[in-house]
Write a protein of this length. Structure first.
Length: 185
């Protein structure tokens, strides 16, 4: 089975990846990141550091436009009520990659929605058909964002979740993974 994490660069996609790695050792995992080309530099740094530590390269897809170009081309004023950027700059490039590189019959998509976001899951699942979508964090309703951030802030991770030197074992209910100072050590 091919496991594709919808990688946002947030704590939810990181924790979802850890859970998938734990539950499916040895299976291929892809971290699929839709780059809108104007993310904060800390997100790109976190992506590089997390990819290095996880030992999984990030597969980056992009439409090639930034949101403001899309707004201009569509004569649209960006707002939080309608999400043309998500559809055009994230979902379409990801779907194109999935169509070209995976078979829905042997691929599972994972989204790092947290237990308090269950209302979003049906629309996300419907939007990614024919692929099966799973939500690893929803299987652990006892986990909170604070738990995830606390885990990432343990020795070996700095306070903002970026990986620092040293080693640590991340532990919280449902998720335990040992890290060492260098990948593979």
């Amino acid at each position: 089975m091919h496991h594709v994490i919808q990688w946002s660069g947030g704590i939810g996609s990181w924790a979802a990846t850890e859970l998938v790695r734990r539950d499916h050792p040895g299976d291929p995992i892809t971290l699929l990141f839709a780059d809108v080309l104007i993310e904060d530099s800390d997100l790109y740094r976190f992506n590089a550091d997390a990819s290095h530590r996880l030992g999984i390269p990030i597969t980056r897809v992009s439409d090639g436009r930034i949101p403001f170009e899309l707004f201009t081309q569509r004569s649209y004023l960006g707002n939080s009520r309608i999400a043309p950027c998500s559809a055009s700059l994230k979902q379409k490039p990801c779907r194109r990659w999935l169509t070209e590189h995976t078979d829905p019959a042997d691929t599972v998509l994972y989204v790092g929605l947290e237990p308090d976001e269950q209302r979003r899951a049906p629309a996300v699942t419907a939007g990614w058909r024919p692929w099966r979508v799973e939500y690893p964090l929803m299987q652990h309703p006892d986990l909170t964002k604070d738990d995830l951030l606390s885990c990432a802030a343990t020795p070996g991770w700095n306070r903002r979740g970026y990986i620092a030197s040293g080693s640590t074992t991340t532990t919280f209910p449902g998720l335990t993974h040992a890290y060492s100072a260098e990948p593979g050590s």
